[in-house]
Design a protein around this ligand. Structure first.
Ligand code: PLP
Ligand code: SF4
Length: 452
């Protein structure tokens, strides 16, 4: 049961068909609204009445960070594309023509970054197991079929392709037996991470069907739920009809001896200010679950050290544990939101310097790239050469975890693929060069020069 508009108390979703009215309310002119609608034919748009009425400061648009978090911006896509789509919309072109143009633009936006479709999908024999990713030995990601939407969509979402009706880009499963079977065959897996979309879009009865079978498995030490519901719909844990049942379900996971971790996505301190968000956090913590927090660093939304230190301190006082600062992935409107790695590192360091050790559980800035999670530890001058110091927090090849390596300093680089090794002819995760020219790992994967 995917959440239908209005199917829980007070939840009201807004989609593309409401966009024009919402923007009108915000006082935007005809041309601006048309261009924003043009962008929304390519990228998903969804928000809800709580976000619109309680989180966004409409007197501060278009700069308001929560407005930018959920509303498409006219300049998020190349100008020529927006003009072309706006033209189709304003001349009343047939929907099929608009969709074809939108599809073509999407295909230029790297819809499945970091080899998600092919590289991390587990196989039983030659058969791919849908709805799962197994990239790091100890953790399996599971995409429950009913959890593949969110209470609102982030404009920078790296999973944006899932939310558009591009059927071959979707991967999700409703087969929990398959998951359990896979785990039994892979006893090294100790952690299952439910992700989406947002698993907390599911009702308690559906969520229970996924969680309960895992409680029987001794090998499972932790169950994680990746969610932005604490920001976008905290009512889920407070006033929704199944809020109490949901909290009881969480308590039963903890009672079964598992660590239940909420991987809560907060992009801005504003999301934690509302009394209902506070009540939701308190309710979840009272079940014995842990809330760890993470978000990407996004230009024009949270690219300021004071925002991050404010977030981490607020999270600490609310009983949450700061966990990751991510670098915006190489997909969708990355050009629009990207913060250069050199700047990302400065923002992280300045924020980190301003908080107590209790907040320094956070790690980053981290890139979830094909070889693993690559952390930018800093910029240094070594033997007269300016370099990035990096390490893998997580790696496909666990041998590489935690070993420092270096890249040539490049103030413009925004992603791992922009970096070139320093003091070496390849990165530790690149294949050894056998009299071949240097080929970065991701390029090699993309051009099928390596077996997956
Ligand atoms: C981040 C991530 C995990 C979890 O990694 P931790 O370091 O344990 O938080 C698991 N799988 C994938 C694909 C990930 O990107
Ligand atoms: S909540 Fe997560 S999955 Fe949903 S739109 Fe935002 S980033 Fe994407």
């Amino acid at each position: 049961m995917i959440l239908k508009e209005g199917s829980t108390r007070g939840f009201r979703a807004y989609g593309a068909k409401h966009l024009d009215d919402l923007l009108r309310r915000g006082g935007l002119g005809d041309d601006e609204r048309l261009r924003i609608r043009a962008v929304a034919t390519v990228l998903p748009f969804r928000t809800n009445a709580y976000v619109v009425d309680q989180l966004i400061d409409w007197s501060a648009i278009p700069d308001d960070p929560i407005y930018r978090l959920v509303f498409p911006q006219a300049d998020m896509l190349p100008e020529a594309d927006v003009t072309r789509l706006a033209g189709l919309l304003s001349t009343g072109a047939p929907n099929a023509q608009i969709q074809a143009a939108a599809h073509e633009i999407r295909m230029r936006l790297n819809p499945h970054p970091a080899g998600q479709l092919d590289l991390n999908v587990p196989r039983v024999g030659a058969e791919p197991v849908p709805g799962m990713q197994h990239k790091y030995a100890e953790t399996v990601l599971f995409f429950p079929k009913q959890g593949q939407t969110c209470h609102a969509y982030c404009t920078y979402c790296f999973r944006w392709a899932q939310f558009i009706g591009e059927p071959d880009l979707k991967f999700a499963s409703d087969d929990v037996d398959n998951l359990v079977g896979y785990l039994k065959n892979h006893p090294q897996v100790t952690s299952v991470l439910f992700t989406g979309g947002d698993p907390m879009i599911m009702s308690e009865s559906v969520l229970r069907r996924y969680l309960e079978p895992l409680l029987e498995l001794e090998q499972i030490e932790s169950i994680r739920i990746g969610t932005k519901s604490l920001a976008y719909w905290p009512q889920r844990f407070v006033s929704d009809p199944d809020a109490n049942d949901t909290l009881r379900l969480f308590a039963s996971v903890v009672d079964a001896g598992k660590n239940l971790a909420f991987m809560a996505h907060f992009s801005h301190p504003r999301e934690m200010e509302s009394p209902i968000a506070e009540a939701a956090v308190a309710g979840i913590l009272a079940t014995g679950a842990v809330i760890r927090t993470q978000a990407p660093l996004i230009r024009s939304i949270n690219d300021d050290p004071a925002i991050w230190s404010g977030m981490w301190r607020r999270q600490l006082t609310m009983g949450m544990v700061p966990y990751y600062m991510f670098v915006e992935r190489d997909t969708g409107p990355q050009d629009y939101f990207a913060v250069p790695l050199a700047r990302a590192y400065e923002i992280f360091r300045d924020a980190y310097a301003g908080v107590s050790g209790l907040c320094r559980t956070v790690r980053g800035p981290s890139m979830s790239a094909t070889p693993g999670k690559v952390c930018v530890d800093g910029v240094a001058e070594i033997a007269g050469q300016k370099v990035f110091v990096l390490h893998l927090i997580q790696a496909r090849d666990s041998e590489l975890v935690g070993r420092p390596f270096f890249a040539r300093y490049d103030p413009q680089a925004v992603w791992l693929t922009d970096l070139r090794p320093a003091f070496a002819d390849r990165f530790p995760f690149d294949p050894p060069a056998i009299s071949e020219p240097f080929v970065p790992f991701e390029t090699a994967m993309a051009s099928q020069r390596l077996p997956a």
